[in-house]
Write a protein that binds this ligand. Structure first.
Ligand SMILES: Cc1cc2nc3c(=O)[nH]c(=O)nc-3n(C[C@H](O)[C@H](O)[C@H](O)COP(=O)(O)OP(=O)(O)OC[C@H]3O[C@@H](n4cnc5c(N)ncnc54)[C@H](O)[C@@H]3O)c2cc1C
Length: 447
């Protein structure tokens, strides 16, 4: 089978046991070792067309992988289509549009846009792939001032589940365009995106940390503060336990802290004034706030740059109050299986849909949480048990609708279904049937 596809594409095809199979299949989450029947590393759009036609004829499912930051479920059959070689990137400073290949991560987009005083609206990590991120919507350090990142997409080029190359814009296949901005799965293979850039050279922001005894005071103050927060400010808090390892900065090593992340895309003096009430809420232990070039937006959250094994549990919240703070503190204590647990404040621009609408799920929710364990021996036991406890103790605040980028691991049918309210999910099903009638490009793995 592999040789048939290998003869038809310019890129490489691997089957289990081949040299290069593991490298071509590996994602960011080292807890999963993808074992598809074959991996195709596409070198061009034509390769993707051939691969989709081949998989459809062979009745094989395709899981698409670009930068691999969404590799959060086991793959044990089918074809993994690696798009990382589609790495073309062009910035048109007049039109303020970045044309981004399916294999591009956000960091090069920042650096290509910066000379023109422009920036993309991205997530917390600049190493994440633009394609997978935008297909889920995408919320990052500018969420409240700028909204979901998919709101900035002006067009996609897509290979449909039948192997046709189509454009999806407000004027061409508008139903597919609506669906790709948040609908994430089963909508073909995206080969290129056109994304509107914003005028931004720097922000006032970064993070500061408070020490263990001040975690509760800072968390409770932040919760209250978010209720009146300026719409231009995006913040989050993360309870984080740093390991006793030499690579960790001495002040953070072997400590349990709460970090407060802050981004204000405006005058630094005004940013400092807006931050002041948070700074005053508890003694600041480590301070990393200041003026940041836009190219450094991806450093605010301190996400790990290199692949690691991890377990993640994500929920969206309709609201927060002191009861929610109590529930959060119960789950993030000293014995927690989670080394990093965060609450991000959304709302303001994330609540406003684009003209014509988009398929983003969870747009009405104002907060999102993520609980991350990094200890593989806890992934099957303590971490999911504690995640289930969170779902129980935080039930009054958890929204029934999640978001496709923020959903818990492992990705299952029920979890995927929870990423959209009923009306959007039903409309997405229609669009998927139209552009991928045989479900070839499901995108995530279903056993
Ligand atoms: C460290 C880290 C930080 C993160 N921060 C944020 C954040 O701040 N905000 C946020 O919203 N999310 C965040 N995420 C989640 C992330 O946005 C999603 O996991 C996203 O899917 C990753 O995209 P990727 O292209 O890197 O992943 P991949 O694993 O390559 O792709 C993930 C999925 O996207 C789909 N996909 C990817 N490429 C294509 C394509 N060309 N055509 C069709 N489908 C495709 C497939 O369904 C695939 O399974 C973060 C994840 C990590 C690991």
């Amino acid at each position: 089978m592999t040789s048939i596809l290998a003869d038809r594409i310019g890129g490489s095809v691997y089957e289990r046991g081949d040299d290069g199979f593991d490298a071509a299949a590996a994602g960011f989450n080292l807890a999963f070792h993808p074992e598809p029947d074959m991996v195709a590393r596409a070198a061009s759009v034509a390769d993707i067309v051939e691969t989709v036609r081949f998989a459809r004829a062979a009745r094989m499912r395709i899981a698409v992988q670009g930068a691999g930051h969404g590799a959060e479920s086991p793959i044990d059959a089918g074809l993994l289509l690696n798009t990382s070689a589609l790495d073309h990137l062009h910035v048109d400073p007049e039109a303020r549009i970045a044309t981004i290949g399916a294999g591009v991560r956000w960091k090069p987009v920042y650096y290509a846009a910066a000379p023109y005083g422009l920036a993309p609206v991205t997530g917390s990590s600049a190493d994440v792939g633009a394609a997978g991120y935008l297909l889920g919507g995408g919320v990052g350090p500018l969420a409240r001032s700028h909204g979901f990142s998919s709101d900035y997409v002006t067009g996609f080029t897509v290979v449909t589940g039948e192997g046709d190359v189509v454009e999806a814009t407000a004027d061409q296949n508008p139903d597919l365009f609506w669906a790709l901005r948040g609908g994430k799965y089963g909508l073909g293979v995206v080969t290129e995106m056109r994304v509107r850039l914003v005028e931004l050279t720097s922000v006032y922001g970064g993070s500061f940390f408070v020490d263990t005894p001040d975690i509760e005071r800072m968390l409770r103050s932040w919760i209250d503060w978010t209720h009146g927060a300026d719409d231009r400010v995006t913040t989050s808090v993360q309870a984080v336990t740093y390991p006793p390892l030499p690579g960790v900065p001495a002040q953070l090593r072997d400590r349990r802290l709460l970090s407060v992340r802050f981004a204000f895309p405006g005058d630094p003096a005004e940013g400092e004034r807006l931050l002041a009430p948070l700074r005053a809420a508890a003694p600041v232990y480590v301070d990393r706030m200041g003026e940041l070039p836009a190219t450094e937006l991806g450093t605010i959250h301190n996400d790990p740059p290199d692949p690691i094994p991890y377990y993640v549990h994500g929920t969206m919240l309709e609201r927060v109050d002191q009861g929610l703070a109590t529930a959060f503190l119960e789950v993030v204590g000293a014995d927690s299986p989670f080394f990093a647990s965060e609450i991000r404040h959304l709302g303001a621009a994330t609540n406003r849909d684009v003209p014509g609408g988009s398929a983003v799920g969870g747009r009405e929710n104002d907060y999102v949480t993520a609980f991350i364990s990094g200890q593989p021996d806890l992934f099957a036991t303590a971490a999911p048990a504690e995640a289930a406890r969170w779902d129980t103790v935080a039930a009054p605040w958890i929204s029934p609708v999640n978001n496709a980028n923020l959903v818990s691991q492992p990705i299952t049918r029920d979890r995927v279904d929870s990423c959209w309210p009923d009306d959007i999910r039903e409309r997405l099903t229609q669009v998927r049937r139209r552009y991928d009638p045989d479900g070839v490009t499901l995108g995530w793995w279903e056993p």
